[in-house]
Design a protein around this ligand. Sequence first.
Ligand code: B12
Ligand code: SF4
Ligand code: SF4
Length: 196
Amino acid sequence: MLAPDPDFCPPDARCLLLIGPQGGARWWDKVQASPEWLDGAPDPIDRWSKRALGGLATRFGGMALFPSEGPPYPPFFRWAQDSGALWQSPVGMLVHARQGLWVSFRGALALPFTLPLPPAERPCDSCDTRPCEAACPVGALSATAYDVPRCHAYLDTPAGTDCLTRGCLARRACPISVRHARVDSQSAYHMSRFHR
Ligand code: B12
Ligand code: SF4
Ligand code: SF4
């Protein structure tokens, strides 16, 4: 949760709540049983998100915002860092205090009230071995840049099947991520959208 961004939120907004899936199979099973998944039309997860978060926004008198609506994209990366519960990791991606590098967002709710949320601690500060840094086999990730062509080139090789079917090795290597692991089929679906 963070202060509302006046460039994106209505004037009566009091907070911006970032919303993403939990680890485990529960959310993924729910999405796969949804009408958006079963109708076979494109972008089922974005359409599910719009229905689910749009419904919550209406119920609580707020407004829903979505990460894939762009370009220009709403600055979820900056919002995440401003929330105090996420930070940029040594491999560039966002790391969440409890979800690790698996964290991602289905959307955000601009709400006309605030919510009490506990403070979070940056997990990297107490992570002595930093396994995320050595996990990518081709060194595509760093704190300053993501070498997307290098990542795609590796995914085109037979060795890349592991990332394609189970998700990015760096995201999996984080000990916080491990506690919040996703089912492989969820990671495989997202990787298939990224690496078509
Ligand atoms: C464009 C985009 C990408 C692009 C460009 C990334 C780049 N560095 O060039 C591509 C398509 C490559 C990409 C890939 C992925 N992305 Co992306 N991406 C976005 C998006 C839609 C917009 C970012 C943007 O351009 N903002 C505008 C610029 C000006 O702001 P910025 O803060 O400087 O943006 C930078 C960061 O967002 C960063 N970034 C974006 N994605 C990623 C992924 C990685 C691995 C890294 C290191 C950095 C990075 O690159 C941007 C440009 O420098 C955001 C959603 C959003 N609305 O913010 C998601 C987002 C940042 N991505 C996300 C995710 C989950 C991914 C994937 C893991 C998805 C997947 N397939 O599973 C992959 C990475 C593949 C892997 N190794 O596993 C998550 C964040 C996850 C995290 N823990 O950090 C976001 C927030 C989307 C979401 N719905 O949650 N992404
Ligand atoms: S492996 Fe350690 S340093 Fe890397 S993101 Fe996870 S907690 Fe942070
Ligand atoms: S998906 Fe695989 S190749 Fe791409 S950045 Fe992650 S570990 Fe590296």
